[in-house]
Design a protein around this ligand. Structure first.
Ligand code: E4P
Length: 214
């Protein structure tokens, strides 16, 4: 399973990249708003660090606006993937961009049928938001399971990016379900590497090593 990092923070991206854990990056307008600097410059900087898909989202809600923004965004770098919201206009834009060979990520997916429609429109990626469903007492990972099954039934090439990840179990379940990608916030990525028994084991090895010097 590929790991994308779900942040626009350059320090987090550099740190995760140095761990060899960044196959790509997802940003969204909220993540960009947390950083200082101009949107395009932040995206350019990310593209310098990561040699993989870098997702940048359109703001427009109408087809023409989305297409205009998408064509501008792909001019920033060859690795740009255009994030398009899951709306009727978003599907129309996705269809058009897919026909032009532009990579798209249909975002804000909350049902398997939305994901099926996005795949039919030619989306390169879809992003089901599992954490936001969990927040409303719906089982977020259930839609991932269903999307993976539907895409497998009909051999769609659209890749599933599990998004809105809140904890390590979301990542584990993504891998068990065969999702193509998990886009992981930096704090969750850090938790994946940690285990108290690892820390305890290191401490006891070092204590025993000290004893050999006596
Ligand atoms: C994915 O592409 C989104 O940027 C992100 O996963 C949304 O997560 P949130 O629900 O924590 O905002």
């Amino acid at each position: 399973m590929k790991f994308f990092i779900d942040t626009a923070n350059i320090d987090e991206i550099k740190e995760a990249h140095s761990m060899g854990m960044v196959d790509g990056v997802t940003t969204n307008p909220s993540l960009i708003s947390k950083e200082s600097g101009v949107f395009e410059e932040i995206i350019k900087e990310i593209c310098k660090i990561v040699n993989g898909p870098v997702n940048a989202e359109v703001i427009s809600l109408d087809v023409e606006g989305m297409l205009k923004e998408a064509r501008h965004l792909i001019g920033i770098h060859d690795n740009i993937v255009v994030k398009i919201p899951m709306t009727v206009d978003g599907l129309k834009a996705t269809r058009q961009l897919s026909g032009e060979g532009i990579k798209t990520n249909v975002t804000l997916i909350f049902s398997p049928l939305q994901a099926l429609m996005a795949a039919k429109a030619g989306a390169t990626y879809v992003s089901p938001f599992v954490g936001r469903l969990d927040d409303l007492s719906y089982e977020g990972m259930l839609i991932v399971e269903q999307i993976v099954e539907i895409y497998s039934n009909y051999a769609y090439n659209t890749e599933v990016i599990v998004a809105s990840i809140r904890n390590p179990l979301h990542v584990l379940d993504s891998a068990l379900m065969g999702a193509d990608i998990a886009t992981i916030p930096f704090n969750v990525l850090s938790k994946l590497a940690a285990h108290p028994l690892t820390d305890k084991g290191i401490r006891s090895f070092l204590d025993d090593w000290e004893k050999t010097k006596k």
